[in-house]
Design a protein around this ligand. Structure first.
Ligand SMILES: [Zn+2]
Length: 79
């Protein structure tokens, strides 16, 4: 609820790792714009962290995890 937002970057706290980062989404460009999330992953993040941005590092991690865990076809799913 900051009335004055003069800085180009928004100080935010990543809800995933708890680290601080600067989101530039409201300034017109953010590093996360360069990250291409799949629709499913985007929806998953939106459900887990509503109205929150993740830091670039976490975005890359979830993207890598998503890409690595692609088809759950033959992989035995345990706990
Ligand atoms: Zn993070």
């Amino acid at each position: 609820m900051n009335a004055a937002r003069n800085g180009p970057l928004i100080d935010a706290t990543c809800p995933r790792c708890g680290g601080g980062f600067a989101c530039g989404a409201e300034a017109g460009h953010c590093d996360c714009f360069d990250i291409r999330l799949s629709e499913a992953l985007r929806a998953d993040l939106a459900a887990r962290y509503p109205d929150r941005c993740l830091c670039l590092r976490c975005l890359r991690e979830v993207m890598a995890a998503d890409a690595g865990a692609a088809p759950p076809a033959t992989a035995p799913a345990r706990g």
